[in-house]
Design a binder for this molecule. Structure first.
Ligand code: C2E
Ligand code: CA
Ligand code: CA
Length: 566
């Protein structure tokens, strides 16, 4: 049987071009030529054309006009178009591309280029067509196969219908997420993760009457509900879902968190309503005391501010808008400043000083933190070098190493190069690591921290006790100093429990040969409690706030001269 070749429509080519062209593509394609627009459309209507090639190198017909009319006809919008132009005729290339040509080829023809380009253009368009079909098909598959809930697209559709069909009802979009689901999946394997998702889904299916509300799973462990506000009792919902999951008897504490968007603006597309609910949820992520949060208008403003931060960050770094402040770390026993922590500050030309509490989380989300941290480390090294050059005393300065850094293959090399460049020793630069880095990827962190240690860098564990895996991390990693989370100090006067834990931490540290820094000491009473518990260093407003470098130097030199007088 004769093979059916894909058909190419060759429009407006002169005899020579046609012959050259046919010669090149020979047995791979069948060519249909036409030299006026009417004929072209006639062929397009009556044959399955895979590719249209329009000759703009000769004036047989108005090829550009044909391109324009072809682009306007939606029946042919999926057929790729190649333009033939004379080599160097860039004007025709740009006009043709503007009018909808996919690619171009130049005369005189090169056999290899033409065959390659035709193949690529056709393959690309077939792939695009396939992708479109798949996504259309997915739309028809309404149900998420794992949980039996509506999938994302269907949820959007059903929720939109519900909201619009019942304008008198005040609806809420609830966006739910399981804390540390990734960890649960890793610890207990995917089947357990799946079981949790299915159990949660069956709870939602039972809980939500399909006449009045809809539920869906929009990705991984993210569930969404659309329910009338007067049927929504968030405390109860969270409690019931927790209880349901607890019946599975999984040893890890599985908690649901939620963000709620009361549908104020009915005309907002449902995906954006979900974004707002998710935004409300993000505000309480990592804060285990609050399990759900309602969206408020201020959030949108904050989001816009966040966009400003992202827009300006690269320029700000080049423009030296970032600087470091140094907060002294003080040893009450000897009345000395024994160290300092470098904390970044952003002096924005319009917004003034922006607090790191504001922009660091944004940078941690978009990855810019890696650049900024490196800038801070280098600034610290420069500072230390300038002190040494001036023949002044120094204390080690600690820097924050945000968790994203541990994904950079050249982290250690970068730090070692800094030491070399500024001729410093590793004890002078202490590295503060938080346990979130450990939760992300324990094996990787252990490996890198060991390398740091081998190279002589002191390691501090920041915000110790604020999360879940602090003790785990301690068991597996050789830490030099624990920085006790501020929350303990804040509670110290009122909570027996906080005092007991703090005492235990100090005892534990001593036994393991680690130092302790308590953060956030603000009052004499707090200081008294702490100094009675053992020998610890303190970092807090009581002794000093973070200071501009020159103010730090002044304070440091004052204490140093006091010490030398004794
Ligand atoms: P952190 O590393 O736990 O730093 C200590 C924070 O506590 C600093 O806030 C400091 O000003 C504040 N602080 C110190 N003493 C007291 C006190 O007595 N009372 C109170 N209420 N606060 C006190 P800051 O400078 O606003 O930094 C906040 C967080 O931003 C830091 O927490 C750290 O996580 C992050 N950060 C700051 N600079 C950098 C940096 O260069 N790189 C990275 N990755 N993160 C940074
Ligand atoms: Ca820190
Ligand atoms: Ca800290």
């Amino acid at each position: 049987m004769e093979k059916v070749l894909p058909i190419i429509l060759l429009a407006g080519a002169d005899k020579n071009t046609q012959d050259d062209f046919k010669n090149i593509v020979k047995d791979k394609y069948s060519i249909m030529s036409a030299d006026n627009e009417y004929e072209c459309f006639n062929i397009l209507t009556n044959h399955k054309i895979e590719l249209v090639i329009v000759a703009l190198n000769v004036q047989i017909m108005d090829g550009l006009d044909f391109l324009k009319n072809l682009a306007q006809d939606s029946r042919y919008k999926n057929i790729p178009i190649l333009a033939i132009v004379t080599y160097g005729d860039l004007d025709s290339v740009s006009l043709a591309m503007e009018l909808g040509a996919t690619e171009f080829i130049t005369t005189p023809f090169s056999e290899i280029i033409i065959n390659c380009r035709i193949r690529n253009v056709i393959a690309h368009s077939q792939q695009a067509e396939k992708d479109k079909r798949i996504s259309e098909m997915n739309r028809y598959i309404e149900i998420d196969s794992l949980t039996g809930l509506y999938n994302r697209e269907t949820f959007y559709e059903k929720a939109a219908k519900l909201i619009h069909d019942n304008p008198e009802v005040q609806y809420c979009i609830v966006y739910l997420d399981i804390s540390c689901f990734k960890v649960v999946n890793d610890l207990f394997h995917t089947e357990t993760g799946n079981l949790i998702l299915k159990t949660a889904a069956s709870y939602f299916l039972k809980k939500i009457n399909p006449q009045v509300g809809v539920s869906g799973r929009i990705e991984a462990d993210h569930f969404v509900l659309c329910v009338p506000q007067d049927t929504l009792d968030m405390d109860r919902l969270i409690k019931e879902i927790d209880d349901t999951i607890r019946t599975l008897g999984i040893s890890h504490n599985i908690l649901f968190f939620a963000g709620v968007y009361p549908v104020i603006d009915m005309n907002l597309p449902v995906d954006q309503m979900c974004d707002r609910a998710s935004m409300a949820l993000n505000k309480i992520k990592g804060n285990y005391a609050r399990r759900y949060n309602f969206y408020d208008v201020g959030m949108r403003e904050r989001m816009l501010k966040e966009q400003m931060i992202v827009r300006d960050m690269e320029f700000a770094l080049k423009d030296n808008q970032f600087t470091i402040f140094l907060q002294p770390i003080y040893r009450p026993e000897t009345n000395e400043i024994v160290s300092a922590e470098a904390l970044v500050r952003w002096f924005h030309p319009e917004s003034g000083m922006i607090s790191p509490g504001y922009f660091i989380p944004v940078f941690e989300r978009n990855g810019f933190i890696v650049k900024l941290d490196r800038f801070v480390w280098e600034t610290v090294c420069k500072f230390l070098r300038s002190r040494l050059d001036a023949g002044k005393k120094i204390v080690p300065v600690s820097v924050n190493v945000s968790r994203l850094n541990f994904y950079s293959y050249d982290l250690l090399i970068f730090l070692l190069n800094l030491l070399k460049k500024y001729d410093l020793e590793p004890w002078m630069l202490k590295l503060e690591v938080t346990e979130s880095a450990y939760t992300d990827n324990p094996q990787q962190l252990i490996k890198i921290i060991n390398q740091f240690k081998e190279n002589g860098f002191p390691i501090l564990m920041d915000d110790f006790g604020s999360g879940y895996s602090s003790l785990n991390m301690l068991k597996n990693i050789d830490i030099d100093v624990l920085k006790v989370d501020m929350a303990f100090v804040r509670e110290i006067e009122h909570s027996e429990r906080a005092r007991t834990i703090l005492l235990m931490i100090i005892g534990l540290a001593r036994e393991l040969g680690m130092g302790v820094v308590t953060e956030g000491v603000e009052t004499q009473t707090q200081l008294d409690y702490i100094t009675n518990m053992g020998s610890v260093d303190i970092q807090g407003y009581y002794f000093s706030k973070p200071l501009a470098v020159k103010d730090f130097v002044a304070l440091f030199d004052k204490y140093d001269s006091l010490a030398t007088q004794v």
